[in-house]
Design a binder for this molecule. Structure first.
Ligand code: SAH
Ligand code: F3S
Length: 447
């Protein structure tokens, strides 16, 4: 008999940082462990396995991850059999280095190896040696464990359609942490969506770093074809993230007009309003076509809520470049913006361009200016919705007693008082907007 050096783990704890793909990876890992009879806990102190699913996109990512691992290590004093796993994009980036740096780390698992988690845990228990599983196996050996995925809640089902990224935006670390682009076959995607619908999921969200660059590896069908086919399957809400502006064809725009169940919400990262900066970022598009795309989308689906990502303080960004970003935000009136201060990432091209760094103070001010402008725009947009009635998907309990929170089809947060009886989470109800705040709406129930 093989002597196992670590007794059977009973509980695990997962901490997730970053994007929806990380969220989904955590659900995949959760499912695998649950299938082994290991149960989730909300309390790291009670766990026999702790997984840190890290994100490396911005600011001091590695430092933050190591400091959290350091905190978790201390728990080993009281729980000598605790296993700590370092997962996600920082883990991919650090690999062996992480084992050398954190001496009692048990395993390192990159995003390309998530499907092997259960096996890695077993191997670690038996071998007593730390394990490093990073890199990107090709599609044929990649393990995609549909049946063991533990979906969070029962109303929003996320489906990866394309993994990795082949673009080379000069600021971005994702292509090196998530590997080359790989589209899943159409048939696999449709059967996963059907599976979720059979389970009663209300909302389907298709995921990819450049989700609209998906192409069926067998037939070459593109994302417009996929959207059409998926929307026809009849879910209440279909969403997808993240779209790449240059790859957003008119055929894709047309789907917004064709299918009402495609949610009137689109995230379309522009990054900057200056053509000069876009060029330095290697984004491969200019502002004029972006503006035109937004115009066509709004024509196809009036009232659609658009959101975007912006980076301020990219090397070489002048006041004039920033002004162009500011003016674009003012003009396009996004429902939401995600604005970040540029931070150099290891191995990316931008630091090698030898451009002048923007003073941190100037970058901070630019960021604050954008937030102030956007706050005002959101307040106005949300106020304009007062009196309108929306079908709302109730997703959570409110912070205040007697309240619940949901999402409109355009993905705005809406709070309401439920009165005599609370609404079952995952239900769809009608709410009339009573008040518009900068970051949410207040609604009341209507029949
Ligand atoms: N696939 C997505 C990007 C993923 S990263 C896309 O094409 O938009 C998410 C966002 O983080 C990016 O859109 C960008 O705005 C921001 N970001 C990425 N790298 C960054 C960096 N080095 N500094 C600051 N923000 C960054
Ligand atoms: Fe990053 Fe650009 Fe791809 S932002 S994820 S390299 S599209």
């Amino acid at each position: 008999m093989i002597a196992t050096s670590i007794p059977s783990p009973r509980r695990f704890y997962v901490e997730t940082w970053g994007c929806q793909m990380n969220e989904l990876d955590s659900q995949r890992m959760t499912g695998q462990l649950m299938q082994q009879g290991i149960l989730p806990t909300r309390e790291p102190k009670e766990a026999d396995i702790i997984l840190l699913n890290s994100c490396s996109v911005r600011e001091k990512a590695a430092q933050k991850a190591y400091s959290r691992l350091g905190e978790y290590r201390l728990l080993k004093r009281d729980r000598p059999h605790l296993m700590i796993g370092f997962c996600g994009c920082v883990a991919q980036q650090e690999g062996e280095k992480a084992i050398r740096r954190v001496d009692d780390l048990d395993f390192v698992v990159g995003p390309g190896r998530v499907g092997e988690l259960a096996e890695i845990v077993q191997r670690r228990r038996v071998s007593g040696k730390p394990i490093v599983a990073t890199g990107f196996p090709d599609a044929t050996t990649r393990n995609y464990e549909l049946d063991t995925l533990s979906r969070e809640g029962t109303f929003k089902g996320m489906v990866t359609i394309i993994e990795g990224c082949n673009k080379k935006c000069t600021f971005c670390i994702v292509p090196s942490t998530r590997g080359p682009e790989q589209s899943r076959p159409l048939g696999d995607i449709l059967s996963e969506v059907q599976h979720l619908l059979d389970y009663g999921f209300v909302e389907i969200e298709l995921l990819g770093q450049t989700v609209n660059h998906w192409q069926d590896p067998e037939t070459g069908a593109d994302f417009a074809v996929l959207l059409d086919k998926v929307a026809r399957m009849g879910m209440r809400r279909l969403r997808f993230v993240t779209s790449y502006p240059r790859d957003f064809s008119q055929a894709m725009v047309d789907q917004f007009a064709r299918h009402e169940n495609i949610s009137p919400y689109l995230h379309l990262p522009v990054q900057s309003g200056s053509n000069r900066i876009l060029k330095l970022m290697g984004r491969g598009y200019e502002i004029e076509p972006y503006r035109d795309l937004i115009r066509r989308i709004r024509q196809a689906r009036p009232g659609i809520a658009l959101s975007t990502d912006l980076i301020v303080g990219f090397p070489g960004e002048t006041e004039e470049d920033f002004q162009a970003t500011y003016d674009l935000v003012k003009e396009l009136r996004f429902a939401q913006i995600f604005a970040f201060k540029y931070s150099p990432r290891p191995g990316t091209a931008a630091p090698r361009l030898k451009l002048d760094e923007v003073e941190p103070k100037a970058a901070d001010r630019r960021l604050q200016d954008l937030f102030a402008l956007q706050g005002q725009i959101q307040q106005e947009l949300n106020q304009d919705l007062v009196g309108e009635t929306f079908e709302v998907l109730v997703t959570q309990w409110g912070k205040r007693a007697g309240t619940q929170t949901g999402r409109t089809p355009c993905h705005r947060l809406i709070h309401f008082e439920y009165g005599d009886a609370a609404v079952e989470l995952g239900s769809l109800i009608q709410l009339e907007v009573e008040k518009g705040l900068p970051h949410s709406l207040i609604g009341r129930r209507v029949a």
